[in-house]
Design a protein around this ligand. Structure first.
Ligand code: ATP
Ligand code: MG
Length: 328
């Protein structure tokens, strides 16, 4: 991500920093060798100045300078090895505080997310009980409880995203088993239907074929959930969000299309970078965090697939997920 995601995997930066240090130190070494050779040449040529006409002495002097060149080249080769070792150490020392800060931050995100889950679960249990066990609730209270429930659900999703992001930064593995994308999408549609209904957005399947992948069901649900949440969030009222799941050759596909206002073309290249939200996007009053799409891309890529986007401003957006399918 050119305005790239926060650098959390420290391995690659250490290599880059080592190369930068090594390059700099090696340049200094070469410059030093050139200066040494220049000074030696001046001294030798000054010494043989009185015997300039004696070809034997001049040849011996040039042979001597040639020997110096070979020795300096040899010294530089050994120096290069030393330079790489020292640079690796320097890079390690430089990055250590950063690694510690990242690890602390990851731990904090984990702990805070876990601690926030419990009160939220309690809120949701209470709101569900109020909504389902009290049909006589006055409409204005019912509406308020529904809003609380909706926002608590949104917070749950955000916390899940944060947890997954902190896990994936730690290179956590996927828990994979044969998973039908249609089943995953149906589950997510069931969860988000109330959100769509609240905005009078119609969710409909244009294609719901079986498409089985070796997948981590929880993470795939997060992927679909964010795409669908975005489609609902960025759609005008009364719009339709279309879902399609199908399999073609060795790939399983999921497409989420909306009739929202679309995404500015200049925002598309950075759309999957963390904390991005396009300035023009109409959020319909919902919070935008810019964590969902990076997570979607990571989940898709971790499964060996990818997410792509096509958008026409004023017409809508289509996100397509492609994953390797299990061969039938
Ligand atoms: N279907 C869509 N239509 C229009 N804009 C979209 C759509 N999906 C994403 N975007 C734009 O991309 C941005 C990033 O989306 P992303 O899902 O990463 O974050 P978010 O929805 O803002 O927050 P969250 O972290 O809660 O998902 C959004 O803020 C919005 O500007
Ligand atoms: Mg989102």
């Amino acid at each position: 991500m050119s305005k790239r995601s926060v650098v959390l995997n420290i391995g690659a930066p250490r290599v880059r920093l080592t190369l930068a240090y090594a390059g700099l130190l090696f340049l200094l070494l070469v410059a030093f060798s050139i200066i040494v050779y220049a000074l030696l040449s001046i001294v030798v040529l000054q010494d043989i100045e009185p015997f300039r006409d004696d070809p034997g002495i001049t040849a011996a002097a040039h042979r001597m300078l040639g020997t110096y060149v070979v020795r300096l080249l040899f010294a530089n080769a050994i120096g290069l090895l030393l330079v790489v070792a020292v640079s690796w150490l320097l890079a390690k020392i430089t990055l250590r505080p950063l690694e510690q800060a990242i690890s602390l931050q990851r731990q904090f995100t984990n702990n805070a997310s876990h601690d926030l889950r419990t009160p939220l679960a309690v809120i949701r249990t209470e709101t569900s009980a109020a909504l389902h066990q009290h049909p006589d609730l006055p409409p204005e209270y019912e509406e308020r409880v529904r809003i609380i429930d909706e926002q608590a659900q949104r917070m749950e999703r955000l916390i899940d995203q944060l947890l997954t992001l902190s896990h994936l930064d730690a290179d956590s593995a996927l828990d994979r088993e044969p998973t039908d994308l249609t089943v995953v999408v149906n589950g997510v549609v069931r969860d988000l239907r109330p959100l769509a209904q609240a905005r009078s957005v119609d969710l409909k399947f244009t294609r719901a074929e079986s498409a089985v992948v070796m997948g981590d069901e929880l993470k795939l649900s997060q992927l679909v959930s964010n795409l669908l949440d975005n489609a609902i969030k960025f759609s005008p009222e009364q719009a339709t969000v279309a879902l399609a799941v199908w399999q073609a050759k060795d790939s399983a596909y999921l497409a989420v299309s909306d009739q929202g206002m679309g995404i500015e073309p200049q925002a598309l290249p950075e759309l999957f970078s963390r904390f991005q939200h396009t300035n023009g996007a109409h959020t319909n009053g919902h919070a935008v965090h810019g964590l969902g799409l990076p997570l979607c891309r990571w989940i898709a890529q971790a499964h060996g697939g990818d997410v792509t986007v096509e958008s026409r401003q004023g017409h809508g957006t289509v996100f397509t997920v492609r994953l390797p399918a299990i061969k039938a």
